[in-house]
Structure formats: C-alpha cells, structure tokens
Design a protein around this ligand. Structure first.
Ligand code: HEC
Ligand code: HEC
Ligand code: HEC
Ligand code: HEC
Length: 467
C-alpha cells in the first residue's frame, strides 16, 4: 500500500507539514492549548471494551511497517510513537504520574491522579469495571476504543471478508469519518463533556493543568494513523479539510454553550465557571498609576460592560466568519445570536443561560448545514481571506481567538497543498509569512493584538497571491 505517496497525504508530516508542526509544538510546550457537552458517545452503550492488546496481533494492527493490504496495520506503532504528537494518547495515562500530574492532584486534594476519576475521564479509556474485557488496562491511556468505540460487537468479525463498513457500524464501530461524529468524540476530552470525569475546571488550571487548545482538522492530522488511498475512498468519503475545519468550529461552539447553560457546569459557587472565559483577560498585568495604560482592546463582537471578562469566543469568531462566507443566511442568524449571548453576560445568570441555549441551537444548525454542503472551487481561499479580512480583524483582540485563526490558516494551506492546488515549493516560499503569524501567538505574555493582525494579514495575503 502506498505510504503518503505524494508526500502530501494527511498527517505525519513531510515537507511543509513538518515546518508547520515545529511552531505548533512549540506552542504546545509553552502551554497554549485552547479549545466543548454531551458525553462520550461511545460510552453510552453497555458493550465491553476489549483493550489495546486485543488489536495488537502482528496480522492485525501490530505491524512495524505500514504495508497492510487494506489498512496500514502499523496503527499501534503510530499510537505509541514516543517522540511525536501521534503517540500522545498512549502517554495520556502516564502523564498523570508525572511530576506535574502529581502536583495538580495533590493541590486539589484528589489523592493519586492515576486513580482519580476527575483525571481518568480524559486521560484513559475510563469505563465501569463491568465493561472491561480480559485484556483491558486503564494504564493503556486513551486506547483505540476511546475513539473507535467498544470492540465487543465487532472485534471478531470486522476483518472478515464478509464484513463491510456498514456491518461494522451496525456492530458498534464509531463512524469517525463523519465530521460531526468525530468532532463530538474529540471534544469530549479536548474541551470537556458532561460525562464522567471529563471536565477541566479553572480550579484544575490554577492547580497547574495546561490550557486546552484544539482544532479538529489540524489535530486530526497530528494524530493520523491511516492513509486515504484508493481502498479507503471505496469504503468511506474522502476527507475535505474545509468541511472538517468548519464543522469542528460549529461543534466546539455547540459544546461550550451547551455546558455553559448547565447549572452544574456553568457556575462555580457564586461565580460563573472561569474555564469558559478568556484566560488572558483576567490574567493580565494591572496598571493603577496616574498614567492610564489599558492592557485590553474593546471588541465589536462582544457588547459587554467595560471591564467584564469576555466569554472565550475563539470558535465563535471562526464560525461567524466561515458562516458568513459559506452559509450566509444561517450565518447572519448566528452572528445575531452571538451578539445577544455576549450582551446577556451583563445581565443576570438566567438571561445568559437562555442566550447560551439559543446560540447552541444556531451553532448546531450551522454544523448540520456545513456538514451537508459540498465543497470545492475556491472555498479554502475564500475562508482564509475572510479570516484575515478587514471585517474580521477587529475581533482579534485576544490571544485564544488569534491562536485559532493561525491554526485555521495553517491547516487550510496544508489542505490546498494536499489537493495540489498549491505546489509544495510555492507553499514553502510563503512559509515565513505563516511562521510570523505563529510567532505572534508564541506566548500569551508577548501577544500584541495589532502586531498579530498585521502578521495574519500578511500570511493570508501571501496565500491569496498563490491563487
Ligand atoms: C476534559 C478532559 C481532561 C481532564 C478532565 C483532565 N485533563 Fe489533563 N489534559 C487534557 C488534555 C486534552 C491535555 C493536553 C493539552 C494540550 O496540550 O493540548 C491534558 C494535559 C495534561 C497534562 C500535561 C501533559 C503533558 O504532556 O505535559 C497533565 C500533567 C495533565 N493533563 C494532568 C491532569 C490531571 C492531574 C487531571 C485531573 C485533575 C486532568 N489532567 C484532567 C484533558 C483533560
Ligand atoms: C484519538 C482517537 C483515535 C484513537 C485513540 C485511535 N484512532 Fe484509529 N482512527 C481515528 C480516526 C479519526 C481515523 C480516521 C477516520 C476513519 O476512517 O475512521 C482512524 C482510522 C483508523 C484506521 C483506518 C480505518 C480505515 O477504514 O481505513 C484504523 C485501522 C485504525 N484507526 C485503528 C486504530 C487502532 C488499532 C488504534 C489503537 C492502537 C486506534 N486506531 C486509535 C481515531 C483514533
Ligand atoms: C478520552 C479522551 C480523549 C479523546 C476521546 C481524544 N483525545 Fe486527544 N488527547 C487526550 C489527552 C489527555 C491528550 C494529552 C496527552 C499527553 O499530553 O500526553 C491528548 C493529546 C492529543 C494530541 C497531541 C497534542 C499535542 O499538543 O501534542 C492530539 C493531536 C490529539 N490529542 C488529537 C485528538 C483527536 C483528533 C481526537 C478525536 C479524533 C482526540 N484527540 C480524542 C485525550 C483524548
Ligand atoms: C474571571 C477571571 C478569570 C478568568 C477568566 C481566568 N482566571 Fe485564572 N485565576 C483567576 C483568579 C481570581 C485566580 C486566583 C489567584 C489570584 O488571586 O490571582 C486565578 C488563578 C489562576 C492560576 C494560578 C495563578 C497563580 O499565579 O498562582 C492559573 C494558572 C490560572 N488561573 C489559569 C487560568 C486559565 C488557564 C484560564 C482560562 C481557561 C483562566 N485562569 C481564566 C481569575 C481568572
């Protein structure tokens, strides 16, 4: 089977992707991570989880070379890859025992992080003992079945000649090729859910947990362990990055607003749960001398009282922008609901809760519209241009939204190269512009909105010039 034949298959990077990764991982180290309610869909059934070992046979997913006839068969090796993001899920449990993991749990009085449900919900395949098969180990971390679903129903039959993707789905395999389904699975851990142990509170962050930053298309590439070859597209639809990115934004808004509307997640004591708000708007330096120097800019997308912490609108900005470009009618309704939502923050909790539910409905409608729409032509170019346009620029006043914009430009540029609409050489030629935008969000402490806007505009301008 061809291994990323054109050098531009999704994932584990070559060429540009590698360059793109470098600054991204740097951001990871510095602790940027941005990133949604419902619960682990996969966990909702009562089927048994069989454990990573049950996938690991050398005639199954345990080969050292990705040369399988249908699928690569070296998926375990990718999942365990020690030095890259593709292996992060196999390390998820062991990081709980790291110095940082222990320190967070100790600060919160949780006992050992490795046995605390509040941590295991996202750092392992965390299911009740009755649903654990003979080869299941919590210490495997985020195993295959955290995403692909409990294997009891399909483990023995999914590789047989008579099996088809449809029969596997009927047996309980999760249709991860569906952008809406995939987004929900990832967001359970890469934003949060109402499921068991799947929510990172501000209290955990204050105790030392890194921020959570997520973008569906980019993160899918980073952990990819399959090839979209001829065989794949006979079984499943080809991935369209613009769709995956756009649906990821809509589902992230839907998740955040759904959780925020819930009394047990949206509030912490007498305060709203700070996790939902823009971190850096509270964590800034203060100048209280006579020479007034404001450290924040007001934002036309957020009609909130001067000095209030803003709800983290990184995905709202992206979704408004893509909707305006690709689904204008639903987009206008979403934009209006978003203004109402921010405005409601200046009123009492009940209004904010209602506005949150209304915004969630708009986001869900957009998720459906963006998932069902067909993509092609100049969509990626149009979205990149819209993100960097004069109309959107004034909304980039804060760190988290700006990071999200850079991830969008990067992942959509990569999509253009993969689709061979831009050559690898041409993309490398403008890499410096994209890296300048990454540099402008390298650390929250050095983030300056005006500098960021100019870096973003030059990156988008350079991409536009390739059209
Ligand atoms: C909502 C899901 C969720 C919960 C709950 C959660 N985490 Fe995490 N945790 C994550 C994600 C996602 C990351 C990776 C963040 C990134 O870099 O994008 C992470 C990262 C970490 C890291 C840094 C790992 C590294 O590679 O340096 C530590 C340590 C950690 N978590 C410990 C904990 C502890 C201890 C708890 C319980 C108090 C906990 N986590 C609860 C999702 C969660
Ligand atoms: C973080 C979520 C996640 C984890 C963990 C994960 N996968 Fe995947 N996997 C995906 C996604 C997303 C795809 C691509 C969409 C698809 O075709 O299902 C995929 C694709 C695959 C494919 C190719 C499917 C095809 O039709 O060609 C195989 C095989 C696979 N995974 C096996 C595994 C194995 C084995 C493990 C455990 C070692 C594993 N996966 C762990 C998310 C995950
Ligand atoms: C059961 C929880 C869970 C699910 C579901 C999950 N992840 Fe993760 N993911 C984590 C945790 C926890 C980490 C951090 C682990 C660490 O730092 O060692 C992580 C790390 C990652 C990383 C590495 C990030 C970095 O900064 O290096 C990528 C990429 C990633 N996940 C992508 C995905 C995608 C794409 C999906 C959905 C297909 C997904 N994850 C589903 C829990 C999960
Ligand atoms: C509404 C304001 C507000 C928001 C929003 C907010 N925080 Fe905090 N944060 C605080 C307060 C208040 C403290 C308590 C420490 C103090 O008195 O300064 C704190 C403490 C912390 C600490 C410990 C700091 C220290 O110096 O010991 C960290 C780390 C932290 N927050 C991270 C975050 C992250 C990450 C986010 C975004 C997800 C966030 N905060 C959002 C108000 C906020």
């Amino acid at each position: 089977m061809e291994r990323r034949a054109a050098g531009w298959h999704r994932g584990r990077g070559q060429g540009l992707r590698l360059l793109a990764l470098a600054p991204f991982l740097l951001l990871g180290v510095l602790g940027i991570a941005a990133s949604g309610s419902s619960s682990a869909e996969a966990g909702s059934s009562s089927a048994r989880y069989e454990g990573v070992a049950s996938c690991a046979g050398s005639t199954c997913h345990g080969r050292s070379e990705g040369n399988g006839a249908v699928v690569r068969q070296d998926e375990i090796a990718s999942w365990q890859e020690p030095s890259s993001a593709s292996g992060a899920h196999s390390r998820a449990y062991s990081v709980l025992a790291s110095r940082r993991g222990r320190q967070i749990a100790e600060t919160l009085g949780l006992g050992a992080a490795t046995s605390a449900p509040a941590c295991l919900g996202c750092h392992a395949t965390f299911v009740p003992p009755a649903q654990r098969g003979a080869r299941f180990h919590t210490s495997d971390g985020v195993g295959c079945e955290s995403c692909h679903g409990p294997a009891e129903g399909w483990l023995q039959v999914h590789y047989e000649k008579a099996a088809s993707h449809a029969s596997n789905l009927r047996a309980g395999l999760v249709p991860l090729e569906n952008p809406q389904v995939r987004a929900k699975v990832c967001l359970d851990c890469h934003f949060g859910s109402s499921g068991n142990g799947q929510f990172v509170t501000h209290s955990m962050m204050a105790a030392g947990h890194p921020r959570i930053s997520f973008e569906l298309d980019l993160f899918s590439s980073l952990q990819q362990h399959h090839d979209e070859d001829a065989d794949y597209v006979r079984r499943k639809p080809r991935t369209d990055s613009v769709r995956l990115w756009a649906v990821g934004q809509a589902e992230a808004v839907a998740r955040a607003t759904d959780l925020f509307a819930r009394p047990d997640f949206g509030m912490r004591g007498m305060f709203p749960e700070f996790y939902f708000y823009d971190c850096h708007s509270c964590h800034r330096q203060i100048t209280d001398g006579p020479a007034r120097r404001l450290t924040f800019e007001t934002n036309p997308g957020r009609p909130i009282p001067f000095g209030n912490p803003p709800f983290n609108d990184e995905n709202i900005i992206m979704l408004s922008t893509v909707a305006k470009t690709l689904a204008p009618d639903a987009g206008a309704r979403f934009a209006a609901a978003s203004l109402d939502f921010h405005r409601a923050m200046g009123r009492e909790r009940a209004s904010a809760q209602q506005a949150s539910v209304a915004l969630r409905e708009r986001a869900q409608a957009l998720s459906n519209a963006l998932a069902a729409r067909s993509y092609g032509g100049d969509d990626a170019y149009r979205v990149i241009a819209a993100i960097a346009s004069k109309a959107t620029a004034p909304r980039f006043t804060d760190y988290a939204g700006s990071v999200q914009a850079v991830m969008a430009v990067d992942t959509l540029l990569n999509a253009l190269v993969r689709e061979r609409r831009v050559t690898v050489g041409a993309a490398a030629g403008i890499r410096a512009n994209v890296n300048r935008a990454y540099a402008a969000v390298a650390a929250p402490e050095t983030y300056r909105p005006a500098e960021f806007r100019s870096a973003l505009a030059s990156a988008a301008g350079a991409i536009g010039s390739l059209q």
